[in-house]
Design a protein around this ligand. Structure first.
Ligand code: DX5
Ligand code: ZN
Length: 242
């Protein structure tokens, strides 16, 4: 059961359109369904679900039951970013909750391949995430085998942090680990000021959280961030209204 997985949409100059995945971590979690409806209506392409277990990262958020509870709020793809130490142990719960992609961290001790295989066997997209300090070589065993590589440009655990450009440098090299049609997601600190750099360095999908929830006009912010990133990718110096 997969809803709209990564759509390869032709954008400028034949490149695929840069997608915006809205991270709900800094949304009003007391009105999560309404927030998802709002960000979907504002033009987000995907919903990014930051699951944290207070073990792999020093924060605790929500789990599969919350995801299931809001699954029918939108038909947009749900991307689960599991910042958890044992994603394989609870994988079926995330599959049953309706996640279209599931990304686990390469840094965990749990075996990765069985979980990646199980995600794909369920017809979903399987991804690996790397923290800022983790080199891409940590993914070498999975070269050409991933639907999604998530490049973290903040230390995982919290929204609202500053973008780490040196971490984004890995985006171009990440492409070599993808299956055909796979995408590079860049996650953390993405806002108007950093989107140009993220686009120039090779992001296909930008995960944006606090910049959306803090904006007075979410639709404008999504459009502005996407345009700046696409300009960055095509080498145009962005001159966009504030
Ligand atoms: C951090 C999460 C990110 C982050 C994005 O651990 O993985 O998705 O919340 O939020 P902003 O855009 O505020 O950095
Ligand atoms: Zn995330």
């Amino acid at each position: 059961m997969t809803r709209g997985t990564s759509r390869v949409v032709e954008g400028a100059a034949g490149a695929t359109r840069i997608e915006i995945a809205a991270s709900i971590l800094d949304a009003d979690l007391g009105s999560l369904r309404e927030e998802i409806v709002r960000v979907a209506a504002a033009g987000a392409d995907r919903i990014h679900l930051d699951v944290m277990d207070a073990h792999f990262v020093p924060n605790l958020t929500f789990g599969p039951r919350t995801i299931r509870a809001v699954r029918d709020a939108t038909s947009l793809p749900f991307d689960a970013h599991l910042m958890t130490s044992q994603p394989g142990r609870f994988l079926d719960d995330y599959l049953d909750a309706g996640c279209d992609s599931i990304t686990i961290h390469v840094e965990i001790a749990e075996a990765l391949q069985p979980t990646l295989d199980a995600i794909r066997a369920a017809g979903r997209q399987a991804g690996l995430a790397v923290k800022p300090g983790t080199p891409l070589s940590a993914l070498d065993a999975f070269r050409g085998d991933l639907d999604l590589v998530l490049i973290m440009t903040v230390e995982p655990g919290f929204g609202g942090q500053a973008f780490m450009p040196q971490a984004a440098d890995k985006s171009a090299g990440a492409r070599g680990y993808l299956r055909p049609g796979g995408r590079v997601h860049v996650d953390g600190g993405i806002r108007a000021e950093s989107a140009g750099t993220a686009g120039a360095l090779g992001a296909d999908t930008l995960v944006v959280g606090s910049a959306l929830w803090r904006s007075a006009d979410m639709r404008h912010e999504i459009g502005r961030i996407r345009a700046i990133a696409e300009a960055g990718r095509s080498g145009i110096r962005p001159t966009f209204p504030a």
